[in-house]
Design a protein around this ligand. Structure first.
Ligand code: ATP
Ligand code: MG
Length: 414
């Protein structure tokens, strides 16, 4: 038997109602906040992610589904299944000159992402993200807007006990000073850091702080190192940006904690970074990650454009939400006359009612049994009903049965 690939999952049956409900909430909340849906391709040129996610990240180094197509004679190209969606949205923003529209340009998306990592609870190889990207605004009001939209969405799903962790990485200038001090203090410990950190030390030293390796974490706990990590290195402008953002969040009653170790997995963030976590998730506790990426549009060849966004892991949202019961259909047409049942069903559907009928000429009792499982009402079309031109309508919750004279009456009842 051919089975689904490790780290992938079929989503169907009882799970679908909850998935659809999560999608509907995302759509409502994001659209109410003026974000427009964008669907970008599942695969892109590998180079987009190498540059747009960053080659010091785990994603680019270990987790990408990359393959070449075309063959040597047809200009072989390397393509990658998208591991995240910011790079794709930015590519699209540049390609379609969306910077010409008046800012902010606001987008939301919902779809599958692919990362080759070790599958475990809350971690898959094909998973889904819902997210937003907001372009064109450098003011901290945009950071607050994006964080509050994330909170609105999580609250619409009934999620509680979430914590927002917040940090600022500063701008390229202050980040540089910080990077140099981190490098200096870690230099004597380099040999004890994990291999990934050794690589990060050269390529993107701040990412070292994001390391999950226990040994590395212990090293960061050393007093003299901790002091450098927690040092206030942020320049005045970045400080002002951060403090304005915090004021907005206070005004919106959004609670947050400052986590100076939060640097996030992608290379392109500057200033604000944030994660939203739920303790109920255990070790994979982050449901949402986001931040500001003012340099990315320019870096990928566009006109310099500030931007801020987030992505949420839908599988993790799914584990946290109460499950939605599948909805019953309005009518099940019970009849021995398949043609008549088929026609009435079509008419009901045409009038925006959900309806089914029996495709197999099964006995009345069997049809009713099926009806009571999946429908709110059974419309009975027996011999008498057909001859005398009326419907018997059975309320399948109460068992009550009534005679209904006209089709109009029927559709107004349910
Ligand atoms: P982690 O540290 O958990 O690997 P990340 O920093 O790689 O997270 P992001 O790239 O920020 O994650 O993605 C945003 C969100 O997408 C995460 O907070 C998480 O909820 C979800 N996510 C990321 N990778 C996976 C995965 N492999 N399976 C399921 N959800 C995921
Ligand atoms: Mg990851």
């Amino acid at each position: 038997m051919i089975k689904a690939q490790r780290g992938t999952k079929d989503i169907f049956g009882e799970e679908i109602a909850t998935w659809q409900w999560i999608f509907e909430n995302a759509k409502n909340v994001f659209q109410n906040a003026g974000f427009n849906e964008i669907k970008t391709p599942i695969f892109e040129a590998t180079e987009l992610f190498n540059r747009g996610v960053g080659d010091s990240t785990d994603i680019v180094n270990k987790e990408m589904y990359t393959f070449s197509v075309g063959g040597a004679e047809k200009n072989e190209t390397s393509i990658t299944l998208r591991p995240e969606n910011t790079a794709g949205v930015v590519r699209s923003f540049i390609e379609h000159n969306l910077n010409r529209q008046s800012p902010p340009q606001k987008f939301w998306y919902f779809g599958p992402m692919f990362r080759y990592e070790r599958p475990q609870a809350g971690r898959q190889r094909q998973f889904h993200q819902a997210g937003v990207e907001l372009f064109g605004i450098k003011e901290p009001s945009a950071d607050a807007e994006v964080i509050s939209v994330a909170i609105n969405f999580l609250e619409s799903l009934g999620l509680k006990n979430l914590t927002v962790e917040l940090n600022t990485l500063g701008c390229p200038k202050c980040k540089n000073d910080y990077r140099e001090s981190i490098k200096k203090i870690l230099a004597p410990h380099l040999k004890d850091l994990c291999n990934d950190c050794k690589m990060r030390y050269e390529k993107n030293p701040l990412r070292i702080l994001d390391c999950k390796n226990e040994n590395c974490q212990k090293i960061f706990e050393k007093d003299e190192i901790k002091k450098v990590i927690l040092k206030d290195y942020i320049c005045d402008e970045c400080k002002e940006h951060f403090s304005e953002l915090k004021n907005y969040l206070d005004e919106l009653n959004i609670k947050y904690t400052i986590n100076k170790m939060l640097v996030r997995g992608l290379d392109y963030y500057n200033r604000t970074v944030f994660e939203i976590k739920s303790e109920s998730l255990g070790s994979q506790s982050a449901v949402c990650g986001g931040g500001r990426y003012d340099g990315l549009v320019e870096m990928l060849g566009g006109v310099p454009t500030p931007a801020v966004g987030f992505a949420m892991g839908v599988e993790r949202l799914y584990t946290l939400t109460e499950k939605v019961k599948p909805k019953k259909i309005d009518f099940f047409v019970v009849s021995n006359d398949t043609t008549k049942a088929m026609k009435l069903t079509q008419k009901l559907r045409y009038n925006n009612k959900s309806a089914e009928f029996d495709l197999q000429k099964r006995k009345f009792a069997k049809q009713l049994e099926k009806a009571s499982k999946i429908a709110n009402f059974a419309v009975i079309l027996g011999e008498d009903e057909i001859n005398k031109n009326y419907y018997s309508l059975k309320n399948l919750a109460t068992g009550e049965q009534n005679i209904i004279k006209t089709f109009e009456e029927l559709i107004n009842l349910s």
